[in-house]
Design a protein around this ligand. Structure first.
Ligand code: FES
Ligand code: FES
Length: 169
């Protein structure tokens, strides 16, 4: 049975088992390996992608659930101009990545947060990011990087618009 959906702005139609998790379709059918497998039971956040702009766990999302919907993966987080997403830039500046395994999921949760709430409080950040586990313990740096990318922390309005635009690439 075929499923048709959008991935990073490109329409894809695939003949796959409708119960196959989106994570494995991304990795195996589409070679988008930036989305990681951690637990497979929606407990770690490593597999987070955006579905219609919302952060979702792709390991427990059957491909049938994305029919006609917009999926964004870490590979689609850059802007149309190829520039890094402001959060990716902040991640570098705050030296967030250590082993790196959790990082694409962290960035997808953080970017969904800022798209929905461009000026999150510490508790908003903690609530939005609580499902993303980092075994390297980079939680403090993740929070600081998100705060430095929020509207409140910058006078550059373009940053806000970039965050919003990238989310529906
Ligand atoms: S692999 Fe999906 S939440 Fe852990
Ligand atoms: S950077 Fe290693 S698990 Fe998060």
């Amino acid at each position: 049975m075929s499923t048709s959906f959008w991935v990073n702005g490109e329409q894809r139609t695939l003949d796959v088992d409708p119960s196959k998790p989106l994570l494995w379709v991304l990795r195996e059918q589409l070679a988008l390996t930036g989305t990681k497998f951690g637990c497979g039971i929606a407990q770690c956040g490593a597999c987070t992608v955006h579905i219609d702009g919302q952060a979702m766990r792709s390991c427990v999302t059957p491909i049938s659930r994305v029919e006609g919907r917009q999926v964004t993966t870490i590979e689609g987080l850059r802007g149309d101009d190829g520039d890094l997403h402001p959060l990716q830039q902040a991640w570098i500046e705050h030296q967030v990545p250590q082993c790196g395994y959790c990082q694409s999921g962290q960035l997808m949760s953080a970017s969904a947060l800022l798209s929905n709430n461009p000026n999150p409080s510490d508790s908003d950040i903690d609530a939005a990011m609580s499902g993303n586990i980092c075994r390297c313990g980079m939680y403090g740096r993740i929070r600081e990087a998100i705060k430095s990318s929020s509207v409140a922390s910058t006078s550059d309005e373009k940053l806000f618009y970039n965050v919003a635009e990238v989310d529906h690439v």
